[in-house]
Design a protein. Structure first.
Length: 96
């Protein structure tokens, strides 16, 4: 499995869905906001050979423990679907 290629897929989908993507190749954030669970920390763990995903937890005011372990292309596609769905159905405040 080419971890760099999988990381690039995640970053490209995040950019297409208007997520902010922080700098970093092995550890970075993709987020719209840090509310409504629309923020993820991505950690490409080269020693274990998989990508860990941590989700923002408002009560902790930070990222919680890993919620997803991406080990192949299919896992990355599933996570990208989660990012896409989160971007489309997140709670939004109405303009007054």
């Amino acid at each position: 499995m080419n971890t760099d290629e999988l990381v690039n897929i995640i970053k490209n989908v995040a950019n297409e869905q208007d997520y902010e993507v922080t700098d970093g190749n092995r550890k970075f954030e993709v987020f719209i906001d840090r509310h409504n669970a629309v923020a993820f920390e991505v950690f490409a763990n080269t020693s274990s050979g998989y990508i860990q995903i941590h989700q923002w937890e408002e009560s902790l005011n930070g990222y919680g423990r890993g919620v997803y372990s991406l080990r192949n292309y299919t896992d990355v596609v599933h996570f990208c679907n989660i990012m896409t769905a989160s971007a489309n159905i997140r709670a939004r405040r109405r303009e007054q």
